[in-house]
Design a binder for this molecule. Structure first.
Ligand code: NZQ
Ligand code: ZN
Length: 383
């Protein structure tokens, strides 16, 4: 196990009806004027937005609203949010929604207190300072409710890039599993896939003697394997929703990723797909992961065999990858590039953006280092 520092100071408030606590929590973390930031309307239709506003009203906290965050959130709305916060004297950003609303909120929070262009943070500048952010989560997926990360797509060129820093880790996150019961099955399945991806990205390590984190990841993967099909069969299964929601947060606070090197090649390869085709991140990952895993399997076949045995109950590394792929298909996820709207002739563009975007030098690094030729073969394997 390698040396590490783990500091994850988000206050998690979990359970039925907990969105009623939003006002009290904002107050406790010093908010006196709030931006409520949300997506395309699901929180309006469900009545959640009204409940959150009532909670702020009951604490006497004024707010302004900005909706319209798209999945794969865009830079344009971030600039709008920054201007609005400055004009209105906002000192707290409250995201109500999924990873996209949370990531857009984090970008706004960082941009308001920064003199330069907020996009600098998405070109590698760490985010040290930001307005405090709180979240009311409506989908178990990205793990942004407990992470110090944000992913935004720049409209000019459709570059999808990430930023990180302690400054944007949420002060609090409200997790009510009931709120996820209105998700369409496809979005639920995308979330399940993303959670499992966050676990696999950490499982694929070059560090030795990482028994405790290996076992934590395996436990969370088994939870997803068991609980995932239950919520696909019955969207109102509260207990399965609750287990998945907490697994999603645990998968990405990095509690099971400490002291070990991590992969993230599948995420980098996928981000080019959701940037170019605007597909759901989880759906992109469902197509990406089996292709990547098969390609890199021989780098450490014992690691793939271990997860095959312990999680999927099969013998070989290859059978483990196939079992995972079939699981994803069984919950309604795609398995080919075509199903995402992708075309073979786009592969050179995907590879160029992947290997040279984001200041990269022609390779991406993780569990293994992949060059342009490797990445081309991986995208071809998705056809
Ligand atoms: O926009 P609305 O109307 O709210 O609809 C959303 C959206 O269409 C809908 N939805 C969410 N909760 C719902 C609901 N519909 C009905 N009932 C509910 N309770 O679901 C759709 C997807 O929402 P989105 O917020 O995009 O989902 P997700 O949480 O999967 O976020 C995806 C984004 O997070 C990024 C991804 O790249 C992608 O841009 N990621 C962020 C990470 C982070 N910050 O740490 C890590 C991840 O690896 C990921 O890259
Ligand atoms: Zn992800």
């Amino acid at each position: 196990m390698e040396n590490f520092t783990f500091y994850s100071p988000t206050k998690f408030v979990f359970g039925k009806g907990m969105e009623a606590e939003a006002g009290k929590l904002v107050k406790a973390f010093g908010g006196s004027k709030v931006l409520i930031h949300y997506g395309g309307g699901s929180v309006v239709r469900s009545g959640l937005l009204d409940r959150v506003k009532a909670s702020l009203d009951s604490e006497g906290i004024p707010y302004v609203e900005l909706g319209g965050v798209k999945p794969n959130p865009r830079s344009g709305l971030v600039y709008e949010g920054i201007e609005l916060c400055k004009k209105e004297g906002v000192d707290f950003v409250l995201a109500v929604g999924g990873g996209s609303s949370i990531d857009s909120s984090k970008a706004i929070a960082a941009g308001v207190v920064y003199d330069g262009d907020f996009w600098d943070f998405y070109c590698g500048k760490p985010i040290e300072k930001a307005l405090p952010v709180g979240t009311v989560l409506t989908i178990a997926a990205a793990g942004s409710e407990g992470s110090g990360d944000s992913v935004i797509t720049k409209e000019e060129g459709m570059f999808k890039r990430g930023a990180s820093g302690e400054g944007i880790r949420p002060k609090f996150s409200i997790l009510n599993p009931e709120l996820t019961q209105t998700l369409p099955p496809y979005q639920t399945a995308c979330g399940i896939t993303d959670i499992m991806a966050h676990l696999y990205e950490r499982y694929l390590t070059n560090s030795k003697d990482v028994e405790v984190t290996d076992r934590l990841i395996e436990a969370l993967l088994i939870t997803m394997k068991n609980e995932g099909p239950k919520v696909i069969a019955d969207p109102n299964d509260y207990q399965a929703r609750a287990n998945i929601m907490w697994a999603g947060t645990m998968a990405h606070t990095n509690s099971c990723g400490v002291g070990r090197s991590q992969d993230w090649n599948s995420h980098n390869i996928e981000h080019e797909l959701s940037a170019l085709y605007d597909c759901a991140h989880g759906a992109g990952l469902a197509v990406t992961m089996p292709a990547v895993f098969k390609y890199v399997m021989n780098h450490d076949v014992a690691r793939f065999t271990q997860v095959a045995n312990r999680v999927w109950g099969v013998e070989t590394a290859e059978e483990g990858i196939e079992a995972f792929k079939q699981f994803l298909v069984s919950i309604g996820m795609p398995s080919t590039l075509g199903e995402l709207g992708g075309k073979e002739e786009d592969i050179p563009t995907l590879v160029k953006n992947l290997c040279y975007g984001d200041g990269r030098d022609g390779t991406i690094s993780g569990f293994v280092t992949l060059n342009e030729e490797d990445c081309t073969k991986i995208y071809q394997a998705m056809i």
